[in-house]
Design a binder for this molecule. Structure first.
Ligand SMILES: Cc1cc2nc3c(=O)[nH]c(=O)nc-3n(C[C@H](O)[C@H](O)[C@H](O)COP(=O)(O)O)c2cc1C
Length: 192
């Protein structure tokens, strides 16, 4: 396989940068995700699909609560992307402490400073070894911000300072290593 050619295609298939949040038994968390997709052609039955890596704290909160919220972000949300996407709630308690939010109808945190959100209850789960695909029925949603354009990850990260880009690369590498470990453990037949 020509992995270079394949990557040129797959890198174009990521969605816009989003914040994904969830909460369970008083524990609230959130992360950044580009593995986010609309999953219904029926406007009266909206669904959203998200891909969440198993090493993430938010993964455990979604798996436990069977609910999540997705907030599409704009180019001026670089601070939020760094807060939620460059470090894990596993390493830092109270990750949402410095971010304004209120609980939605599923209990998932709704972040104040975002253009809008959809809130979902999980109706389908695909275990993909290193990550889980969660399919959610949309149960609530709001849009406040007119025509705010969404932003792709390469634009968002590319506009950051060299220091932040380096921080991103370090965290991304650690996440890839965790994913490779889970996949290799599964291939070798040993428990992850
Ligand atoms: C631009 C960007 C895109 C990301 N996309 C995803 C994604 O699609 N799925 C995922 O699970 N993690 C993704 N991440 C990584 C998580 O946001 C990151 O590992 C985060 O620290 C996890 O936090 P948590 O452990 O508190 O849940 C992305 C990060 C960034 C910065």
């Amino acid at each position: 396989m020509d992995l270079g050619a394949i990557r040129r295609i797959t890198s174009r298939l990521w969605g816009p940068v989003c914040a994904v949040t969830a909460a369970h038994e008083g524990d609230a968390g959130g992360q950044i995700a580009v593995g986010v997709l609309s999953a219904s052609i029926l406007p009266e039955h909206p669904r959203v699909l998200i891909q969440i890596w198993k090493a993430n704290r938010t993964h455990d909160l979604i798996a436990a609560s069977h609910a999540f919220a997705v907030h599409p972000l704009a180019a001026d949300h670089a601070d939020l992307v760094r807060q939620l996407g460059f470090r894990s709630g596993h390493d830092r308690e109270g990750k949402l402490n410095e971010i304004a939010w209120t609980p939605g109808i599923t209990g998932s945190p709704i972040l104040a400073a975002t253009p809008g959100f959809v809130e979902c209850r999980v109706v389908g789960i695909l275990d993909a070894t290193d990550m889980t695909v969660f399919l959610g029925d949309v149960v609530a949603g709001e849009w406040h911000d007119g025509e705010t354009p969404m932003v792709q990850a390469y634009e968002m990260i590319g506009a950051m300072s060299p220091e932040w880009q380096e921080e991103y690369r370090r965290h991304d590498l650690a996440q890839r290593e965790a994913a490779a470990h889970l996949l290799n453990s599964a291939t070798n037949g040993s428990p992850a």
